[in-house]
Design a protein around this ligand. Structure first.
Ligand code: GLU
Length: 389
């Protein structure tokens, strides 16, 4: 037990991500007793006025058990088939479990494009808002039956973070077999220290996340830290806690060990949240020191400050902006296609018309389309509140 209790009901909208290993036993299938306890915890939160969304893994794990597929890695088409079988059982289990507590569940299956394309993102967001308005607990998973290797989240940690920002949640709880963040992997390094509160996800915190993942759950600490970046940048706090006990949410409230990631003090607007959380930037632009200083004080990125353009992107695509230290410092919507960007990189704005043959916009990435993603950069450059973009 830790000294810091975490009263979950202080939050108004919570996304709870549940890892496969908590819900599914490889031999016996669904862990019904655990699910019953989880549903009781959710009902208790709802009774205290908190809106709850669940991102539930387990479709593939459950389906492979039902189909008696052999242990080990599955081929893509096998996991797609397993998900098709498992998702029905999973959704039914949640629906039955919550209805015992008088709660209606609704299923949402998302693909990567539903959060990465702005129009589809807004559509999915509207559905979620409507479900919450109707008092429904959305049960969300990736649509693994149609997800392919290239076009998928692959882990529900980042999916849950995207859902949290999309739904305007103020807390994301990641429940798995890991009880929180350590300074080093605890099974390898006996000197590893547990971190109870993480004020911001900086380079040092990122370095602590190893690549570990168990067979049942795809997400290791790496994807959890990525999820934390997406959530906290948008002003949503995150908790990593073990779900291995019965009623894990009650356990967190009673002081069970967990890591708490504080939300950014100056969260970005909803539109910028969407830009910052893009999982697959189409390319990147490396900039010089002058441009980095300009970005940090809230200015646009001009072609003159661009050192190198990587990838092929079109105007309007999300690109990563790499600072002088070689690390991503910002993301933004490209003002030019990649080929044009290469031609005008390092050139002064007045020369651009002559190079391209037409008068483009002055900025490579306009400040309104730009969001600082490294915490030290964000502090200096951004002051905003969450808005309904
Ligand atoms: N979406 C996958 C499933 O339901 C789980 C992904 C994960 O474990 O993060 O089986």
């Amino acid at each position: 037990m830790s000294a810091t209790r975490k009263p979950l009901a202080r939050h108004r909208r919570i996304v709870i991500k549940i890892g496969s290993a908590l819900l599914v036993d490889r031999g016996a299938g669904l862990k019904k007793a655990w699910l019953t306890g989880m549903c009781a915890d959710i009902a208790a939160l709802r009774a205290r006025g908190v809106e709850v969304l669940v991102v539930s893994s387990g479709a593939i794990a459950l389906g492979r058990t039902v189909l008696s597929l052999p242990a080990g890695a599955l081929k893509l088409e096998e996991s797609q088939a397993a998900a098709a079988v498992g998702q029905i059982a999973l959704a039914r289990a949640w629906s039955d479990g919550l209805s015992a507590d008088g709660i209606v569940a609704g299923q949402i299956l998302l693909t990567l494009g539903d959060t990465e394309e702005r129009r589809r993102y807004l559509n999915a967001r509207a559905t979620i808002q409507q479900l919450l308005k109707l008092g429904v607990v959305p049960i969300i998973n990736e649509n693994d039956t149609v997800a392919t290797t290239e076009i998928r989240y692959g882990d529900n940690d980042r999916l849950a973070a995207r859902v949290a920002t999309m739904a305007g949640a103020d807390l994301l709880v990641l429940l798995s077999d890991i009880d929180g963040l350590y300074t080093a992997p605890p099974h390898v390094d006996p000197a590893a220290r547990f971190l109870e509160v993480i004020p911001e996800i900086n380079a040092e915190i990122e370095a602590m996340a190893g690549g570990a993942a168990s067979e049942l759950s795809r997400g290791g600490m790496r994807t959890k830290i990525d999820a934390g970046k997406i959530a906290t940048t948008a002003g949503c706090a995150m908790i990593i806690a073990s779900g291995k006990t019965d009623r894990p949410l009650s356990a967190i409230e009673a002081g069970a060990r967990s890591s708490f990631f504080q939300p950014a003090r100056n969260p970005v607007t909803a539109r910028k949240t969407w830009i910052a959380g893009q999982l697959l930037p189409a390319g990147s632009i490396a900039i010089d020191a002058g441009a980095e200083t300009a970005l940090r004080s809230g200015k646009s990125l001009l072609p003159a400050g661009v050192r190198q353009v990587t990838g092929s992107f079109s105007r309007g695509d999300t690109i990563a902006i790499i600072g002088v230290a070689g690390r991503e410092i910002a993301r933004g919507l490209a003002g030019y296609d990649a080929d044009e960007a290469r031609q005008i990189a390092g050139r002064k704005s007045p020369d651009i018309a002559a190079i391209l043959g037409y008068a483009g916009r002055a900025a490579m990435v306009h400040r309104d389309d730009l969001v600082m993603t490294a915490p030290e950069a964000r502090e200096a450059g951004e002051t905003r509140t969450i808005a309904n973009a």
